[in-house]
Design a protein around this ligand. Structure first.
Ligand code: SF4
Ligand code: SF4
Length: 429
């Protein structure tokens, strides 16, 4: 695609990177077939190719974006299915990140939208605040239909996502290897997962310790910056990333492991975000399933043969290009893995997309739930807390993180979410 940036504009490294990405696009349209918003809406401006054209015009013109430009960029999930499909290697992640930052800097959003976009990182990146907000949400759940009727769809969507209260996860410290020690890893604590699904951290610590690693939950670590980046708040994301680089600086781990695929994608982009300062972290960042694939599972103690539908989070399959590895690990651990039809399509979670775009996110969730149900599997495994929270209410089968299943197969406790399933199986005997 031709670009017409001025020499002055190209002096900015971000604009130069975006111009290079735009010029790679040859308009072939292969990406449209795998873009969830194009599949749902059929509008070229909601396809990757259409958005690239729209972003080009917006950046070349500079200044205030039009309402239409904002609408179509906002509708993008940042799922990066397009980047996986593109035969020309267009760096769509660069383009959408730049577009969101440009809109954030130059577009005056309505006050309620602004308030929500400022409140989301403020609440979601601090587990204590999130816990308090969830408690408040639980007591206000009866108001959800009223919010919907008043046109406050994002608030109604937030209330629908509020889970039942969970116990506190294990705290900072070093959890020693239980088998012959092979090294030391930092396990990213995250901010949403420990509040919504604390059992995932427990399972990951047990599993990694059984694989021979000391597991460090580091003091002073904070949010990886993913949520702020999703909202186009680049400076905030960079500050968070820098904070973590400092918090981990003295630990010299073999790997920095994460159980939330969205966080893993952001950690791997620290070099891009911080330059030289972040390269060290990016090189050591591993999704927990990727890391276990590299170092090997502990011996299997309990091969159940249970059928598992593997839901591949976009941040893992498109953001980190890890598709086969998680399913392979589950199979190796004795589960019967069933892949989900249309697995490349996002479930609608996408960071805070299900709060900001509840209507489209709801349609994607229902489509994903129908595809998962088609597998007939007894359990669903999804390696990202956002996906787990998004799809679980639409499914009859329990939804767990793959590390919960791997922990169980290698000697850990059965995931609590399976209790109901096991009771029902016992009753039918
Ligand atoms: S990131 Fe996802 S939603 Fe956005 S254009 Fe690409 S495929 Fe479509
Ligand atoms: S597949 Fe790649 S090159 Fe083809 S239209 Fe989409 S972004 Fe452009």
């Amino acid at each position: 695609m031709r670009t017409d940036f001025t020499a002055g504009q190209l002096a900015d490294p971000q604009t130069a990177a975006s111009a290079a990405a735009i010029r790679k696009c040859v308009h072939c349209g292969f990406c449209t077939a795998t873009c969830p918003t194009y599949v749902l809406l059929g509008d070229e401006r909601d396809s990757p190719r259409g958005r690239i054209e729209l972003i080009r015009a917006m950046l070349e013109r500079g200044g205030k974006p039009t309402k239409a430009e904002v609408t179509h960029v906002d509708r993008c999930l940042s799922c990066l299915a397009c980047a996986t499909t593109c035969p020309s290697g267009v760096d769509y992640g660069q383009l959408i990140g730049h577009a969101r930052a440009h809109i954030e800097a130059h577009y005056p959003r309505p006050w309620l939208d602004r308030l929500l976009r400022a409140a989301l990182p403020w609440v979601l990146t601090r587990p204590r605040r999130l816990k308090a907000a969830l408690a408040l949400g639980r007591s206000a759940q009866g108001l959800e239909p009223w919010f919907r009727r008043l046109g406050l769809a994002p608030l109604a969507a937030l209330l629908r996502l509020v889970p039942a209260p969970a116990r506190a996860p294990r705290g900072v410290g070093t959890y020693p290897a239980v088998e012959a020690r092979r090294g030391r890893v930092i396990l990213l604590q995250g901010c949403v997962e420990p509040v919504m699904a604390p059992q995932v951290r427990d399972a990951a610590v047990r599993l990694l310790a059984r694989a021979g690693y000391d597991v460090v939950l580091a003091e002073g670590e904070g949010c990886c910056g993913a949520i702020s980046e999703h909202l186009g708040r680049g400076r905030e994301a960079r500050d968070m990333a820098r904070h973590n680089v400092l918090a981990w600086g003295h630990l010299a781990p073999d790997a920095i492991v994460t159980t939330a695929a969205g966080c893993g994608t952001t950690l791997k982009a620290y070099g891009h975000l911080l330059g030289q300062e972040g390269v060290h972290v990016a090189a050591r960042a591993r999704d927990v399933l990727e890391f276990l694939g590299e170092v090997g599972l502990p011996p299997i103690a309990n091969a159940t043969g249970l059928s598992v539908a593997y839901h591949a989070p976009c941040s893992l399959q498109h953001g980190q290009r890890l598709l086969a590895q998680p399913a392979r690990l589950l199979a190796e651990a004795g589960f019967e893995v069933r892949m989900v039809p249309e697995g490349h399509l996002c479930c609608g979670s996408a960071g805070v997309y299900n709060i900001l775009q509840p209507e489209l996110a709801g349609r994607l969730r229902d489509r994903k739930a129908a595809n998962i149900a088609r597998t007939g599997a007894a359990v669903v495994a999804a390696g990202n807390v956002g996906c787990m929270a998004q799809i679980a209410p639409a499914l009859a089968a329990p939804v767990v993180h793959p590390v919960e299943l791997l922990d169980w197969a290698t000697g850990g406790p059965r995931p609590q979410a399976l209790d109901r399933l096991v009771r029902a199986q016992r009753r039918s005997l």
